[in-house]
Design a protein around this ligand. Sequence first.
Ligand code: ADP
Ligand code: MG
Length: 358
Amino acid sequence: MSIASKAAGVEFRNVSRRYGNTTAVDDVSFTIEAGNLVTLLGPSGCGKTTTLRMIAGLEMASSGTILIGGKDVTRLPATDRNVTMVFQSYALFPHMTVADNVAYGLVVSGVRKRDAAAKATEGLELVGLGGYGQRLPSELSGGQQQRVAVARALVLEPEVLLFDEPLSNLDAKLRRKMRDDIRELQQKLGLTSVYVTHDQEEALAVSDRIIVMNKSVIAQTGTPDELYRRPKNRFVADFIGGANLIDGELVGRSGGTATVALGRLTLSVPDPGLPAGEVLLAIRPNAIRLRTGSADSAGDGIPVTVRKATYLGSHMEYGLTSEFGDLFVVDPNVASPVPAGATALATFTGDGIAAVAR
Ligand SMILES: Nc1ncnc2c1ncn2[C@@H]1O[C@H](COP(=O)(O)OP(=O)(O)O)[C@@H](O)[C@H]1O
Ligand SMILES: [Mg+2]
């Protein structure tokens, strides 16, 4: 195979980007290891695209230092960085064949036409489009055009491959397939990739690590599992996995475990490293179970009223009213669902609960 990986790591040291009075990215520091796929995840306007464009050199840092492959590139323009971006809009030339689109960047950078064409053929094969080279972009589906955009980036053998919301123009089923294909290709070629999305499920599915951003700063960095199981703050608990957030009290700790009180119940959670006292409990929708019963036989449960019960084939979704507030529940028990309007007991499974600062 002649398309090779030249993967390099990326480091941001206290990087900010200001536009007049707006600070788009505020004193951000992170390290991305070579060969990893790292996602910038956060709501619209939090600074993801600006961060990505600063890696590419399409946007210059107002302050701070950016390193690629250990080299300071802070002042280098895009053309002098070996970084390629895959855009959401694909940005293919409509009048050029697919093969010419893929070869374009190589030809422009001085590669001989024959060699560029050979690489383009190889790139198209890598993305599952062998044999499509002579078509025009308009003769391909949206998903296929996105693959062409990926092939065009791959043939340049970038040190870092950037994706800015690459799947947002595709329908749900195709998005899932494409994200799996991108992840597979990235791992196969050992590419360093930075992937921007506002979709938490997509981020959990493709990433080695996720950088969660909120309002121009990093809210938390970690593996998908760390972020899901040990969110460090309310924002991350809510944004990833949509936890129920209710007030509790940290009453003790031993080993790596803390005990929290929720009304008259005590629950074990991973030690959040917070002082004893008021905390916020982040309870995953699948960490709550429903059973029939009434308040006087509550035992390890809390009395609830089922406000809404929705059958979704593989699971039930419930909206509950409780003394701690409304709870959203995902329950795999579809065989004996609890109907809307019923009173029931909610219990909490050991896993899927975290404590964060209030
Ligand atoms: N060229 C620009 N001029 C002025 N403000 C900008 C510019 N680019 C981005 N911003 C602002 O910076 C913030 C972050 O934008 P962006 O990085 O595009 O966020 P995201 O990609 O997470 O949606 C937003 O408030 C946006 O309005
Ligand atoms: Mg953006």
